[in-house]
Design a protein around this ligand. Structure first.
Ligand code: HAM
Length: 419
């Protein structure tokens, strides 16, 4: 009987060798700046109680209303695969009382997220984010630090063709004043039922409508930026001044609408110009009411999520990804059963020293094993046969030019494999 092959589910991103090396490099480059700023790892479940997202992220968002992977578990509970990271971080901070300790709580995370979107280039149903959250203080300097950390990550990859767009969604007072005028304005538009329903929950969503007629209609809509309270305006001005001092370039975008409803105050997006429709490589902002909505204290917070998949696509588009450069330092070929044990111990010792060592497994003849060594791209090769074991001496061959030298097995740990 012949079994059929099984394909990956539609629209998921995955990274197998040799391309996975570039993915890992991009992900690490995005994480490093957060670690350097003293953020600590938070590792959270990939599924949570559905209410966490419906209440935390907001019913008017596409993410909650159309894109969640929600199912009933065996105990009849409604469970959702996490579509984003911030709500889960908040849940954990409250549950573990981190908000009762030293503030701000500063955490970073990296992992898979799930949204049942229509798959296309750069838009996946399982994708990867690196994120940070700084919770507990309403200091504009934190906003600038968080944004600068994200920017540093993209710079570490070497990305150039992107811009930081920034706006302020103000405090509750600013939004309430704006809402009155925005609703008045919206009441003059002729909306279909679905759009009117969205507008009733969050009128700002209409700025995000992709239809030409709606874009045109919204051109004259009042902008939140013009309604900022004196406190919000001063906070935002300070953020911009800090960014300028940090030499982080930005452009103001008062029409920005984020896909999640919890944002307040400073809000931002990183947009790459070579990626077509899915150009957002990262985004974030303040979320001052979120913790309280989730049953915690009334503390403010700010953070970002960066799309690792899209950052990788951007790096490819800018020609920053060389063909996979993976190669081990040493390929060890044991000849015959007696040599396998010593080959395992020698490689264990060398690996302790950080020398990447592979063994030719199986019982291939020398010619086949040499071919495998060649293909592996390894920089050095050693053949370990009975004669070598008896003499305690091996020939080490440099693959780039075929040069060989004779080395005692006991001296291998001091051999300069990096030459
Ligand atoms: P978000 O803008 O929804 O924010 O997602 C952040 C980034 O994840 C996006 O800029 C994009 O690069 C990537 N992304 C989102 N959806 C997909 C997808 N379907 N396929 C590939 N990449 C995708 C958040 O998730 C917030 N939790 C960020 C945040 C943290 N705000 C405050 N703290």
């Amino acid at each position: 009987m012949k079994f059929e092959k099984i394909a990956a589910p539609k629209g998921v991103s995955e990274y197998a060798p040799p391309d996975s090396a570039a993915f890992e490099w991009v992900r690490q480059s995005l994480i490093d700046p957060a670690k350097l700023a003293g953020y600590q790892l938070i590792e959270l479940p990939v599924f949570e109680d559905t209410t966490l997202f419906s209440r935390g992220v907001g019913e008017s968002t596409d993410v909650v209303s159309k894109e969640m992977y929600t199912f009933e578990d065996r105990g009849g509970r409604s469970i959702t695969l996490r579509p984003e990271g911030t709500a889960g971080v908040m849940r954990s901070v409250i549950e573990n009382s981190l908000d009762r300790g030293q503030l701000p709580v500063k955490v970073w995370y990296s992992g898979a997220f799930f949204r049942a979107e229509r798959p296309q280039a750069g838009r996946y149903r399982q994708f990867y984010q690196v994120g940070v959250e700084a919770i507990g203080l309403d200091d504009p300097a934190i906003d600038a630090e968080v944004i600068a950390i994200a920017d540093r990550g993209f710079k570490k990859i070497g990305l150039k063709n992107y811009r930081l767009e920034i706006t302020s969604l103000g405090d509750a007072k600013s939004r309430a004043a704006h809402r009155v005028d925005l609703l008045k304005f919206i009441s003059t538009l002729r909306l279909d039922e679905a759009t009117a329903a969205r507008a009733a929950i969050n009128p700002l969503r209409l700025f995000d409508d992709k239809r030409d007629e709606m874009k045109q209609a919204m051109e004259k809509a009042p902008l939140l930026m013009d309604y900022l309270s004196p406190e919000s305006e001063s906070h935002f001005k300070q953020v911009l001044a800090y960014l300028a001092a940090l030499k982080v370039d930005y452009v103001l975008n008062p029409r920005m609408v984020r896909g999640l409803d919890y944002y307040t105050g400073t809000t931002f997006e990183f947009v790459h110009s070579d990626l077509g429709a899915q150009s957002g490589i990262g985004g974030g902002g303040r979320y001052d009411g979120l913790m309280e909505t989730l049953g915690g204290q009334n503390l403010s917070g700010i953070g970002f999520g960066l799309g690792v998949d899209r950052a990788l696509l951007a790096a490819k588009a800018e020609g920053l990804i060389a063909k996979s450069a993976f190669s081990s330092d040493l390929f060890l070929i044991p000849l015959g059963d007696k040599a396998k044990g010593p080959a395992l111990s020698i490689s264990a010792q060398l690996r302790e020293l950080g020398i990447v060592t592979e063994i030719a497994f199986g019982d291939r003849a020398l010619k086949g094993a040499m071919k495998a060594a060649d293909k592996s791209g390894s920089r050095y090769v050693i053949v370990l046969g009975e004669a070598e074991l008896a003499s305690g001496q091996v020939e080490i061959k440099r693959m780039s030019d075929g040069a060989t030298s004779s080395v005692k097995i006991s001296d291998l740990s001091s051999f300069a494999f990096d030459k």
